[in-house]
Write a new protein. Structure first.
Length: 201
C-alpha cells in the first residue's frame, strides 16, 4: 500500500500518515527515554517509517508555516531548526543506524504520560489493547500527529503522537514474543520434600 500524508478533516493542525510502518511502539504504557533524567516524565512513543516516494507537500507546508510563525523574519534561513523528518539512509554520530530504515524517511512521535494516544482497530472505532497482539514493530498503521516548536537545546520541531489506527500485518522487526505455554513448558515440578533447599545445586 502506498504511503500518503493527509490533513485531518477537522483541522489543518493535524496530519495523518497513512499506510506507514510503526517501529519501537511504546504506546500502551509510558516509559522513560533512554537518555532521560530522573526528573523527566515518562512518555508514549513510536517511530514512523514513510517511503522515500511519499508526497511530503503537506508535511513541508506544516513545518515551513510553523518556522515562519516562531522564528523572527530576520533570522529565517540563518538559524538552524531541527525538524522531525530524518533520513533512514544516512548514518551519523547522533542517530544509530538501523538497516530496517533504508529507503525510508523516519519520524519520532511522543505523547505525554497524561495524554495517551487514541489506539483503534481498522474499523476506526474499536479500541485496541496490548493483548490484541496486532500492534508490533513492523505492522502497517495510520498515525495522527501534530507539530510543535521547542527552543531547548537549540531550536526544533517535534511531533505529538495523537492517535494510531491498525491497518494490516507487516514484516515483524525484532523477535516475536515467546508464547506463555512455551515458557511454562520449560519448568518442571520442584521437589519440596527434599532436605536440600537448593535441590542438590
Amino acid at each position: 500500500m502506498k504511503t500518503t500524508i493527509t490533513q485531518h478533516p477537522a483541522t489543518s493542525d493535524i496530519l495523518i500518515f497513512n499506510n506507514v510502518i510503526i517501529t519501537y511502539p511504546k504506546i500502551f504504557e509510558p516509559s522513560a527515554s533512554y537518555d532521560a533524567k530522573p526528573e523527566d516524565r515518562k512518555v508514549f512513543s513510536c517511530t514512523i517509517l514513510a517511503e522515500k516516494e511519499t508526497d511530503l507537500t503537506l508535511y513541508n507546508k506544516m513545518i515551513t508555516d510553523l518556522i515562519a510563525l516562531k522564528v523572527p523574519e530576520k533570522e529565517l534561513g540563518i538559524v538552524k531548526v531541527r525538524e522531525p523528518k530524518m533520513d533512514g539512509d544516512i548514518q551519523d554520530l547522533k542517530h544509530k543506524f538501523n538497516e530496517n530504515y533504508r529507503g525510508f524517511w523516519y519520524f519520532n512521535a511522543k505523547a505525554a504520560e497524561d495524554r495517551p494516544p487514541v489506539i483503534v482497530d481498522s474499523d476506526g472505532a474499536t479500541t485496541l489493547h496490548r493483548n490484541s497482539g496486532k500492534l508490533y514493530g513492523g505492522c502497517i498503521v495510520n498515525i495522527q500527529v501534530a507539530a510543535w516548536f521547542f527552543a531547548t537545546k537549540g531550536l526544533g520541531i517535534a511531533f505529538d503522537l495523537l492517535g494510531i489506527q491498525y491497518v494490516s500485518e507487516g514484516t515483524r522487526m525484532g523477535s516475536a514474543p515467546v508464547p506463555r505455554d512455551t515458557i511454562q513448558g520449560g519448568f518442571v515440578a520442584v521437589n519440596t520434600t527434599s532436605d536440600d533447599p537448593l535441590g542438590g545445586i
